[in-house]
Design a binder for this molecule. Structure first.
Ligand SMILES: [Zn+2]
Length: 320
């Protein structure tokens, strides 16, 4: 079995990256219309009462749409915009910059840094960091179906800026974050931040994310030793004995994903604290699981995923 389980064809209307996206990133009105199109298609409706009897509010002297691009509902008389109920609802940043951030985050293999968005948009670094966290929140898909088929499992240590220059190895290691990655061969990936790489921790991560009937492949780390006794269909290669491939048993795919993750986080890891790492993982997971979409389709998928998700300031700064 070689399951192609990646998300395909979320948008079948061609690739908007060619025309609409670059235009939307340059012009606020086009950005608003682009976001409205992703949100409502050709049938705008009131997010509050669902009524389709809505109209764009116009400036009485110019006849143009109002500067804040509001709509009004004839049903409940409320006013609304395309931002309502999305991760950018309470942001004051122009939608053309939101389009840009979604586009870059959905299409750059190694991710995009707040510094780059800051340079490209002129928004403050803090605002850009804020926007990127929210895009990552939109990209979070923690409710995906359990991984199936052949699932490679491996773990990796990420980042960790040594605070004390003369700290011991132990001090440095303690600040690194541990990620266990589970990847369907030729399919979806699921990276998770975990406390450690003990057998107990790994067992829970696998049980929560992998179908019980899956065939699991790992290296010979002792933390995986008991999987067979726990009833898993488990095979391993002996990395400790320099065995990397035996027949179709290997962990090359998840190691490839980790390689990409580490290269992506390398330039920005100093600004990633453990409490935000899961958001970066969401971003890499989102891109990997939609690698068969075009860049434009993947961007649209991210924008559509921004609906119904909110990230409060408390969650953002890690106090909640
Ligand atoms: Zn209404």
């Amino acid at each position: 079995m070689n399951p192609k389980r990646k998300v395909q064809n979320e948008s079948t209307k061609g690739d908007p990256v060619i025309t609409d996206l670059p235009a939307a990133c340059a012009d606020e009105r086009l950005a608003v219309e682009f976001m409205e199109q992703q949100r409502w298609g050709d049938k705008p409706y009131c997010p509050r009462c669902g009524d389709q009897d809505v109209y764009q509010m116009k400036d009485s002297t110019t006849g143009e749409r109002q500067a804040d691009y509001r709509w009004r509902c004839r049903g409940c008389k409320e006013q609304f915009t395309a931002r309502i109920g999305t991760v950018f609802e309470d942001s004051r940043a122009p939608l053309r910059h939101w389009c840009f951030v979604f586009w870059r985050a959905a299409t750059s293999k190694k991710g995009v840094s707040a510094l780059e968005v800051h340079r490209q948009t002129g928004l403050s670094y803090k605002t850009c960091l804020f926007m990127l966290h929210r895009v990552r929140c939109a990209m979070d898909e923690s409710d995906i179906e359990p991984l199936q088929g052949t699932v490679e499992v491996d773990e990796v240590f990420i980042g960790g800026k040594p605070r004390r220059k003369h700290g011991t190895r132990h001090t440095v290691k303690k600040q690194k974050a541990t990620v266990v990655g589970m990847l369907e061969r030729n399919g979806r990936v699921r990276p998770k931040v975990v406390a450690d790489v003990s057998a107990k921790t790994l067992k829970v991560a696998i049980a929560e994310n992998v179908d019980p009937k899956a065939r699991i492949m790992t290296d010979d780390w002792s933390g995986y030793r008991n999987l067979k006794n726990e009833g898993w269909n488990h095979e391993s290669v002996k990395h400790s004995m320099f065995e990397y491939v035996r027949g179709d048993v290997h962990t090359n795919s998840i190691e490839g994903f980790f390689g990409m993750l580490k290269r992506g986080l390398n330039g920005i890891y100093h600004s990633i604290s453990k409490k935000h790492l899961h958001r970066y993982l969401s971003e890499f997971q989102f891109r990997h699981n939609r690698s068969e979409l075009t860049d434009g389709q993947r961007t649209v998928a991210a924008i559509k995923a921004a609906q119904g998700k909110r990230l409060t300031y408390a969650e953002q700064v890690g106090t909640a």
